[in-house]
Write a new protein. Sequence first.
Length: 245
Amino acid sequence: MTRTSQSDMSPEMLDRLGECERRIGYEFSDKSWLHAALMHASGADHRLASNERLEFLGDAILGFVVCDMLFERYPEYLEGDLTKIKSIVVSRQTCAKISQAMDLNDLLIVGKGMASSPSVPESLLADVFESLVAAIYHDGGLDEARRFIKKYIWPEVKLAVAGDSGGNYKSLLQQLAQREFGTTPVYKLIDEKGPDHSKCFKVAAQLAGNNYEPAWGKNKKEAEQRAANNALSEIQGEDVPFPSE
């Protein structure tokens, strides 16, 4: 593919690329890869200068990394379960959602006709996420591409897995506990507050001698689900979604 060298870019374009790096959380050694990833066919001199080839490669890298993540994280899931979750996670809707969350709409390089449009098509936003994956792979290697994918895709994996189990974090924690520790989690009521007709409950999950961040809920069932979610996040080295303080 044809790429514009960094030395040929205007100061305004370099500023745009720098802003994109800030939003996506990755700094390119060779900014021509980022420029190529943002280049829609409508803004390119010819098709080979657009991000279409990067999109093709990024789609394959994304699929591989997600499959590898699911294979390692969910050894109890059958092939059909893994396939269903993967199809959600790498869908164009999910890729577009991530691009929107990174606020890439105004950084894409498009033709005048598309630039005057009030909104960016979802398909274009999905394409640019895949293009960024391939650009980072070329610039920094597979480990950097994997790190980028994990940062933005892992929350979507958790949502897909939770949706597959009906949002039952207690069930997910029990599966993990039995697989990793050969035991089951225990839920302990830590505190409660409010009048009898409108109480809130604070519950903590305990597993294999470890106490995890408690969570508040408007009933014990909700508090236990949130406590299980906190425990899963802590075990996976992530920030808890329901801090108790």
